[in-house]
Write a protein that binds this ligand. Structure first.
Ligand code: GDP
Ligand code: MN
Length: 377
């Protein structure tokens, strides 16, 4: 889960990490009022969950509330780096002397946490560090370990000026604590600005929290749920993985691998999936009914493919769920069903009585896709 810059900065300031004063706005007028209350120059940034905004024109230093209003008006409603800009962040501008890159990164290869530091921070950090690997410093930390200040000081004393050693050590220790407490897969600050006055301040923040840890992060879990749309919430309540897509063929499968294969085979025949939906194990009639109802709501739908495998899952339950979702459906699109496994005969018999359903009594998904092509192609 990616935490928005605005919220991540709030969390980090609770760890004694300085961030610029500011707030988010969803209209240009609101942005200019914020600028007015902050007083002086501000930085306006598109609030989207990716980096590279600076280079893409999504970050600008503005000197007057009028300038803020004009720039925020330009950004809001615009697509930037593939995301719709719905909010902007307005923050007091900082006079930057130099920029540092700091990352706390869960390294899945070494199963350790890497503390990453570069004194060539800022928008060009990738270019600089790819040409000069010596510009990146790394320290590996065992997950769960406390990071004592003396350890960071010893490390820093080999790579940085004694003038900034203490404040930087303090900053890194606190960032590491925040990352550990928040179960961060990645906490990246680029840049940490060193101001003309000699203080450090976090100008940006990318925080990605491990989704598997949400159960022990009630604050983040609530945030996660509050950001779900109605369909995503329904899918979550039914225990489904559901992703709406751009195509027009509904896809219901009982496994992520089966789902990916089905989507690929459709693609191979020139058809495009309207969703990716995986029921997982523990199929029930109600769950399958809810799953298919979600799929049938896709506005572009012209047909559906259902590809289920019954191991411990009872396919008769699935068939009942399919039948009752179709009974409540007003649009009549062809539905091709390939069901194999536990109680397959009972499932086939039930579904073959349904008006829009075409059961393929074979193991190969290819046959189901071919049938669908014949019906919608
Ligand atoms: P990103 O490009 O998506 O990573 O967005 P950032 O939030 O990092 O902003 C891009 C760049 O804008 C930063 O690398 C800084 O150089 C610059 N920037 C952001 N805030 C300030 C500020 O308050 N003062 C100054 N001088 N520069 C800023
Ligand atoms: Mn940045």
């Amino acid at each position: 889960m990616i935490i928005s810059e605005e919220i991540a900065k709030k969390y980090l300031s609770a760890y004694g990490l300085p961030t610029p004063s500011g707030a988010a706005a969803s209209t240009a007028k609101e942005a200019s009022c914020l600028a007015e209350s902050l007083g002086g120059a501000v930085v306006v940034k598109a609030l989207i969950p990716v980096g590279g905004r600076g280079k893409a024109g999504g970050v600008r230093l503005c000197r007057t509330p009028e300038e803020v209003e004009a720039f925020a008006g330009e950004l809001l409603g615009q697509m930037l780096l593939g995301f719709l800009v719905e909010r902007v962040l307005v923050e007091e501008a900082v006079s930057v002397e130099s920029e540092i890159y700091v990352g706390v990164v869960a390294n899945t290869k070494t199963a350790q946490i890497d503390l990453v530091l570069s004194f060539s921070g800022g928008m060009d950090v990738e270019n600089i560090t790819s040409q000069n690997t010596g510009a990146i410093h790394k320290m590996a930390i065992q997950p769960g370990d406390i990071l004592p200040v003396h350890r960071v000081r010893t490390w820093l004393s080999q790579i940085c000026s004694p003038l900034i050693l203490d404040p930087l050590a303090f900053l890194l220790v606190n960032l590491y604590r925040a990352a550990a407490d928040l179960d961060a897969a990645l906490l990246e600050i680029n840049p940490v600005a060193l101001t003309i006055q000699g203080d450090f301040i976090l100008l940006d923040c990318k925080l990605a929290v491990d989704d598997n840890a949400l159960a022990r992060q009630p604050k983040l879990n609530d945030l996660y749920e509050s950001e779900l749309n109605v369909q995503e919430r329904r899918a979550r309540e039914l225990g489904l993985s559901y992703v709406p897509l751009d195509g027009n063929i509904g896809v219901l499968t009982s496994g992520a691998g089966l789902g990916m294969m089905t989507v690929d085979l459709l693609e191979g025949c020139g058809l495009c999936a309207a969703d990716f939906l995986d029921t997982g194990g523990g199929i029930s009639e109600a769950q399958v009914r809810g799953a298919l109802a979600l799929i049938l709501e896709h506005p572009a739908l012209v047909g559906v493919i259902i590809n289920l495998y019954g191991g411990i899952n009872r396919m008769l339950e699935a068939a009942k769920g399919i039948a009752s979702a179709l009974e409540m459906n007003i649009n009549h699109h062809p539905v091709v069903v390939k069901i194999i496994g536990n109680q397959q005969e009972e499932a086939w018999a039930l579904l073959e009585t349904q008006p829009d359903v075409h059961v393929v009594r074979v193991v190969q998904t290819e046959a189901a896709v071919e049938k669908l092509v014949e019906l919608v192609g």
